[in-house]
Write a protein that binds this ligand. Sequence first.
Ligand SMILES: C[S@@+](CC[C@H](N)C(=O)[O-])C[C@H]1O[C@@H](n2cnc3c(N)ncnc32)[C@H](O)[C@@H]1O
Length: 219
Amino acid sequence: MDDPIQRHPTRTEQLDILVRVLADSVPDGGHVLDLGCGTGYIDWMLLQRRGDLRLTGMDFKPESLAEAKAALADWTGQVTLLQADLMQADGMSAAGTGFDAAFTALVFHDLDDAAKQACIRATADRLKPGGVFLVYDRVRLTEAACFPLQQAVWRRIEQEHGVAMRDATDFDAYQADLASNNRPATLQNYFDWMPAAGLSAQLLHLHGNVMLMGGVKPA
Ligand SMILES: C[S@@+](CC[C@H](N)C(=O)[O-])C[C@H]1O[C@@H](n2cnc3c(N)ncnc32)[C@H](O)[C@@H]1O
């Protein structure tokens, strides 16, 4: 299966890290929840590596869920796909509980901050003790004075990968680009929100302004 998202130069490495961390963390036959699964690419990556796992994927686009169903047809008995709107207060209610791990990839910037926090809380509630939550997404840049440093990192990424990150000419343009469908949280937000939901939080990987944050529910 090819990655449906090609305009994200750091994604190949960061998804590889995400999948390896999950593959090394989830017990045999464990159950993993994917918030905003899209066409199921990351679930496919994970099942390639760990064919014993069960997966529940949630997304609000029926056409993406239909693609995911086809892509994951080899594991039909282990995969549950649910249509759900993560912006709704009860968006995760259909997911069930007792997950060994959960993850979300490039989805949280689509949600407002209240929904991000609600999803973190609802995920923490649905994890078994010792369960793991990985959040992969862009983080919000807040420091105008540091913006040229970020731009230098973006330039290097483009030179190394041949693909540009979402960029801006200056900090004002960056802020102007933040809109209702592009509202990443800051790193600090995650360090506040994950412990508030009862999860230990640690930054696992950061490339440019794209983070992989790890959370663990106390055993
Ligand atoms: C950039 S795609 C990422 C898909 C997948 N996680 C991946 O990385 O391949 C973002 C996904 O989030 C889903 N999404 C955005 N807002 C959502 C919401 N409010 N409820 C459920 N899914 C949502 C979109 O439908 C889309 O599939």
